[in-house]
Design a protein around this ligand. Structure first.
Ligand code: TYM
Length: 338
């Protein structure tokens, strides 16, 4: 078993990232023990696909490294690194560009969302982004990729690329790439904005009120939850009855994910209550989960040298793990390397 996943080091880690992906990373790290390996990385190469400020990317990379360790990623047990220190990611992307098809990339919804009306002005990197993401996981023969729902399409593309490459360039008995499976949390794969139940919670949302950051203090969390958009109806008895109430449903989903309960069980406790009662309980649950993480984050973030050392050590391990697949890919393509 080989677990691989990444996160862009742009903006703050938010509750959607945590419940949709990072909490699963930590669980998988605990479960994998002797039988496999976890690699988690900061997708800094992906971050240059959108306009960015270099100094912010540099400090954002340390911010995100500290946030992941604060959430429970243990650099002694998992390989934690940033892509830019492992050139094999960019190299493999180029090699896979020969296999990825324009038609496949044209269907990627994230490119459509992020380029918006300005497709002509979007960067080549934004368009080719999913091929780099495929390289990220194929490079390590990933078997499991813990992600939120928004990354599912990219993972399907990685499987298509791997399959086509294996078909086109390998013997049936010795494929170069493993087809990775996405791992998604059953109930928190898609956490929505606190201001709009039809938009996902996102680092790039202009409104800070739309998301809970892992670094928010208790007052800020309580304020954001209190101001979260809801409706005037009381909470029903079952999750099914929340259909058509996107904002209410999102808050119940968040509560359930934090409490480790099903949405139906949460509603058994709150049926008939209004949000005046539910919101403070939800806020408290968030504070309970996030305050130890943010306290650890503040400590870790003070020591740049220690964070840089963690990333350097992780990159060293990742480079070694990447080397055989990269060499096999060059070889399968008939590229002569002396
Ligand atoms: P990124 O940085 O946008 O998000 C990191 C992880 O958080 C999940 N996530 C969410 N889950 C539930 N609800 C939300 N509102 C929410 N918002 C974000 C994402 O699904 C993701 O798992 N392209 C990726 C980074 C990446 C990657 C990879 C991931 C690069 N290479 C290889 C997996 C494997 C991204 O931008 O994630």
């Amino acid at each position: 078993m080989r677990v691989v996943s990444g996160i862009q080091p742009t903006g703050n880690l938010h509750l959607g990232n945590y419940l949709g992906a990072i909490r699963n990373w930590v669980r998988m790290q605990e479960e994998i023990s002797v039988d496999g390996e976890c690699l988690f990385f900061l997708a800094d190469l992906h971050a240059i696909s959108m306009p960015h400020v270099p100094a912010e990317l540099r400090s954002g990379t340390r911010d995100m490294a500290a946030a992941l360790v604060a959430c429970g990623i243990d650099p002694e047990r998992s390989v934690l690194f940033n892509q830019a220190q492992v050139p094999a990611h960019a190299e493999l992307q180029w090699l896979l560009n020969g296999t990825a098809r324009m038609g496949w990339l044209n269907r990627m919804t994230q490119f459509k969302d992020k380029s918006g009306k300005n497709r002509e002005g979007a960067s080549i990197a934004l368009y080719a982004y999913p091929v780099l993401q495929a390289a990220d996981v194929l490079l390590y023969q990933a078997t499991h990729v813990p992600v939120g729902d928004d990354q599912k399409q990219h993972l399907e593309l990685a499987r298509d690329i791997a399959q086509k490459f294996n078909n086109d360039f390998c013997n049936e008995e010795s494929p170069v790439f493993t087809l990775p499976d996405p791992i998604m949390p059953p109930q928190a794969a898609r956490i929505m904005s606190l201001r709009d139940g039809s938009a996902k919670m996102s680092k790039s949302d202009a409104s800070e009120m739309s998301r809970i950051n892992l670094t928010d203090n208790a007052d800020t969390i309580m304020k954001k939850v209190k101001k979260a958009k809801t409706d005037p109806e009381p909470l029903p008895e079952t999750a099914k009855e929340l259909e058509g109430r996107a904002e209410a449903s999102n808050l119940v989903t968040i509560y359930a994910a934090l409490a480790g309960k099903s949405a139906d069980d949460v509603l058994t406790d709150f049926a008939g209550e209004g949000f005046g009662k539910f919101k403070p309980a939800l806020g408290e649950l968030m504070v309970e989960t996030l305050s130890p993480i943010s306290a650890r984050y503040v400590d870790l973030r003070e020591d740049d040298e220690a964070l840089d050392a963690i990333l350097a050590k992780g990159a060293l391990k990742a480079r070694a793990l990447a080397a055989p697949t990269l060499a096999a890919t060059y070889n399968a393509l008939g590229l002569f390397r002396g």
